[in-house]
Design a protein around this ligand. Structure first.
Ligand code: AHM
Ligand code: MG
Length: 338
């Protein structure tokens, strides 16, 4: 049997591969791993314990109903970042404003973390996979001060780490430091994430497309033409693709990362800028996609190049296998040039 490599061992062994190597960054990754184990444990109790399942009774900044677990996950991660001391501030999908930590230790932290504590949370009550998504940036403001909005509004190209945790049939943590993508599965018997998917590569093309097709009459013609193409034998594989939409971005993305495919959330009449948030959802998964050989686009331009203007900015999102994202961009361009 080959030796089990724990996340902890892997982080330490690969510290020198980071774009800039620091022990703090390794500790921060470990903090994320610990917080996600806590959240994973809480999720596994959903349905059993009354205070975990169901709506919280409030709305988040996007006007969406907050689930209890959204709030629990948000608090768990924020606490981990605040206590760890490597992070000077955070921004989260669940909070209107970013949080600048006040302690001296945190003010000396070199990093900011932007995250979606629990994505796809409408799936909690029906026992379907959900996830956490995170991005780490080096702060721009001077060390010793409080974090600023400029620290948060950096383009995706500046990410130094991005990752996600998928709470699925097993709990997995997948991340990149800009040197490829590695996946770790939580072994519940020892409470450790263990390397299970080394050097993940997204197939150049797949036969899966993921989109909420209930929106098909609300989206632009180039995209509806592309969906017809996916369903025909005229596509790049000569066989109709399969539609697979979980409605949990992390789960849809993870499946496509392994099997090859495309995930689409376009701008639609009900969400004219798209639904997904650039900073908490699109950028981290775009960084991972590119590191695995895939692509992420608004349909017109590269996600990672966008200079964010607002914390909760939304964008149309096309992410997945390289040839599939390129193809849908060609369809969009073709209808624009008519
Ligand atoms: P959330 O962050 O509020 O959970 O919303 C994001 C989720 C994605 O995980 C998922 O792909 C999408 O919203 C589903 O939206 P829809 O129900 O409109 O298809
Ligand atoms: Mg989300």
């Amino acid at each position: 049997m080959s030796k089990l490599i724990t996340l902890q061992e892997f982080i330490l062994k690969n510290e020198a591969d980071y774009s800039f190597a620091t022990g703090e960054l390794s500790r921060l990754l470990s903090d994320i791993a610990v917080a996600s184990k806590i959240v994973s444990r809480d999720i596994r109790k959903a349905g059993l314990v009354d205070h975990i399942i169901g709506a919280q009774g409030g709305q988040n900044i996007q006007g969406e109903e907050q689930q209890k677990l959204d709030v629990i996950a948000d608090i768990t991660f924020i606490k981990a970042f605040e206590q760890g001391g490597e992070v000077c501030g955070i921004a989260s999908e669940e909070n209107e404003n970013f949080v600048a930590f006040k302690s001296e230790k945190s003010k000396n932290g070199k990093y900011v973390v932007l995250f979606d504590p629990l994505d796809g949370s409408s799936n909690i009550d029906v026992n379907v996979s959900i996830g956490t998504i995170f991005s780490i940036y080096k702060r721009l403001s001077p060390i010793g001060n409080e974090a600023t909005i400029e620290d948060m509004l950096q383009p995706g190209t500046e990410q130094i780490v991005a990752g996600y945790v998928l709470y699925g049939s097993s709990t997995m943590l997948v991340y990149t430091t800009g040197n490829g993508v590695n996946g770790f599965t939580l072994d519940p018997s020892i409470g450790e994430f263990c390397l299970s998917h080394p050097d993940m590569k997204m197939p150049e093309i797949g036969r899966l497309y993921a989109m909420n097709e209930g929106n098909i009459f609300e989206c632009e013609k180039g995209l509806s033409d592309y969906i017809k193409y996916c369903q025909s034998r005229e596509n790049q594989t000569g066989m109709p693709y399969s539609g697979r939409y979980i409605g949990s971005l992390v789960a849809d993305f993870h499946r496509n990362l392994i099997k090859g495919g495309i995930y689409i959330y376009p701008d639609v009449l009900s969400a004219p800028e798209g639904k997904l948030r650039l900073l908490y959802e699109c950028n981290p998964l775009a960084f991972i996609a590119e590191q695995a050989g895939g692509l992420a686009s608004t349909g017109r331009k590269r996600i990672l190049d966008i200079k964010p203007e607002r914390l909760h900015q939304r964008v149309p999102y096309y992410v997945g296998s390289k040839l599939m994202v390129e193809k849908v961009m060609q369809f969009i361009e073709a209808t624009e040039n008519k």
